[in-house]
Design a binder for this molecule. Structure first.
Ligand code: G16
Length: 549
């Protein structure tokens, strides 16, 4: 071996968590995800990798989050968070996959040694890791596995306990910037609540009538929301539903942001609870996604998804920046994925004249693209997103000398908005406060917000296939390169529908392929999606008798 790894400790720990034969892990869209019964060996190994990542970053804190977010309760996942609170650098992903799949202690240690050599890691440096986990019943056993990996590397650790994913991202950045010019806030969970609630109080202008209904997906978001409400004044009126955090079987079940987005309907538990005209929103299982909705006077459900949230925020920020009177105003831009509704893209580009880029699914892709703007607004249609302010923009705002009271007020607002937004990652709670502030400033109700543009009818279908790796894509996942014949079929079908668009891509978090279609009418969007899903099923080597109808 070329590096001075603690071989005896690593080998002994690895023996305790043998890799199950025949099961392959892959560091995907949001880290490793799988059924929790196969997961302890992976989490143990992630502990070791996180320690090495910290050593690589001169002993800065690295974050580890154990969650499977919107996925079913029996799944679990783990991801590594880099020092500034962003997702793990993508160049490390193949090494993580290789280390996770090493069949025995000897090959595990060789794979770690390769990683150390490739990234010139000085193993003698100290390592520091902060970790947290969600409410899934499998978490305690996985935490034990993680701790063993960290202990084998003699890592200094902070256990944040049951927390939302964005809180862990916040903590990682806050720990690493404490006392520096980039100080992100007090590195504690109360510090997170204080930062958000004090920004909220600086921004909110008038008392809202009625209360916001928040569906917490029976997940960790319920804990965080209850805690945050203690910090917010009476001006924030919220009613929490689906808060059964440790009741088995209810996490994300018939509720939460993913349910709302995929079903395009109100969770059954909110029926009769959400009143016509009242705003409601759903978090997902680890509170990093947000979906809004309302019922009109005829009790018809209207969804305000990540695209609508992005349109509201980007449109507002463009105007806000103008009102501040900067000599050189920061450039506001938008990042979307292939799932963005066609009419949202048109609205941003044509109505608002905003620069826009489309990237592959996964926050890591959106985040990096958004960093290229002065102010980058990124959201996935599923409600995962945030706003980034470049270091030049932050400096520009800090130095800015407003010339009029209006410019002064707006600059103060912009500074408070920077504090309100959790820029490390999509944060449903911070995003929700942001949306509420903007609606409050613009005097919009849900209907006024919804009328920014009309969504093209669309449908998303999940298709189980034998091997999702058989499906490969290009152009930010909008086209399949393989199977090429399936892409030809998509092209020929889509061409038949007015305003038609459709694509097929393998999921990075589940063993499935996703099919998306949109068209001028609901019937056509559903028909197109079902055709494409049926063909995907056949190409995926499944029994045609079980094709989706
Ligand atoms: C994760 C990622 C998101 C992605 C979603 C679905 O969300 O963080 O960026 O949109 O998975 O990904 P895929 O379609 O590849 O399965 P979450 O909320 O589960 O962390």
């Amino acid at each position: 071996l070329r590096n001075n790894l603690p071989i005896a400790a690593l080998a002994a720990a690895c023996e305790q968590y043998p890799k199950p034969e025949g099961h392959l892990y892959s560091y995907g869209t949001a880290g490793f995800r799988s059924h929790s019964k196969w997961f302890e060996p992976v989490v143990f190994r992630v502990g070791v990798i996180a320690a090495l990542r910290s050593k690589r970053h001169s002993s800065k804190f690295i974050g580890v989050m154990i969650t499977a977010s919107h996925n079913p309760e029996d799944d679990n996942g783990v991801k590594i968070v880099d020092p500034r609170g962003e997702m793990l650098q993508t160049e490390w992903e193949p090494y993580c996959t290789k280390i996770a799949n090493a069949p025995d202690p000897a090959s595990f240690i060789t794979a770690l040694d390769d990683l150390c050599t490739k990234f010139k890691i000085d193993v003698s440096k100290r390592s520091k890791v902060v970790y947290a986990y969600d409410t899934r019943p499998s978490c305690p056993a996985l935490v034990k596995a993680l701790q063993l990996g960290l202990a084998a590397m003699e890592t200094e650790t902070i256990n944040e306990g049951v927390r939302t994913t964005p809180q862990l991202h916040y903590m990682t950045r806050a720990l690493n910037t404490q006392g520096t010019k980039d100080d992100y806030g007090e590195p504690s969970i109360p510090g997170y609540y204080k930062k958000l609630s004090s920004a909220w109080k600086r921004l909110i202008r008038r008392r809202e009538e009625g209360s916001l209904l928040i569906d917490c997906a029976n997940g960790v978001g319920a804990i965080a929301m209850k805690e945050l409400l203690e910090y917010l004044s009476d001006d924030f009126k919220a009613t929490l539903v689906n808060t059964d955090v440790f009741v088995p079987g209810v996490l994300n079940n018939m509720c939460g942001a993913d349910y709302v987005k995929t079903k395009q309907e109100l969770p059954p538990s909110l029926k009769g609870v959400l009143k016509a005209g009242q705003r409601g929103c759903s978090l997902d299982g680890d509170a990093d996604r947000l979906m809004y909705y309302y019922l009109d006077e005829k009790n018809i459900f209207h969804m305000l998804d990540g695209d609508k949230i992005s349109a509201l925020i980007a449109g507002y920020l463009v105007e806000k920046v103008k009102l501040c009177g900067f000599k050189e105003p920061p450039r506001v831009g938008v990042v979307q994925t292939a799932y963005a509704n066609g009419n949202s893209t048109k609205y941003m580009q044509k109505t608002k004249a905003l620069p826009l880029v489309c990237v592959s699914t996964g926050v890591k892709h959106l985040h990096h693209a958004a960093e290229k703007f002065g102010i980058g607004v990124y959201f996935e249609a599923n409600g995962h997103g945030t706003v980034l302010f470049s270091s030049d923009t932050l400096e520009n705002i800090r130095k800015h000398e407003p010339q009029t009271p209006t410019q002064d007020d707006n600059t103060k607002d912009l500074k408070a908005l920077i504090d309100l937004i959790n820029s490390t990652v999509g944060d449903a709670i911070s995003d929700m406060l942001l949306v509420e502030v903007i609606l409050n400033h613009l005097r919009y109700d849900a209907r006024a917000w919804d009328s920014l543009y009309t969504d093209l009818p669309n449908k998303l279908v999940k298709v189980n296939v034998k091997n999702r790796a058989d499906f490969q894509t290009e152009v930010a996942e909008r086209r399949l390169t393989h199977p090429a014949e399936l892409q030809r079929f998509v092209d020929s079908q889509v061409a038949k529908y007015p305003d038609g668009r459709g694509f097929i891509r393998p999921s990075g978090t589940e063993d499935a392929v996703r099919v998306y279609a949109e068209a001028a009418s609901k019937f056509e969007a559903e028909q197109l999606a079902n055709y494409l899903a049926g063909w995907t099923y056949d190409f995926g080597g499944m029994d045609p008798a079980q094709r989706p109808k």
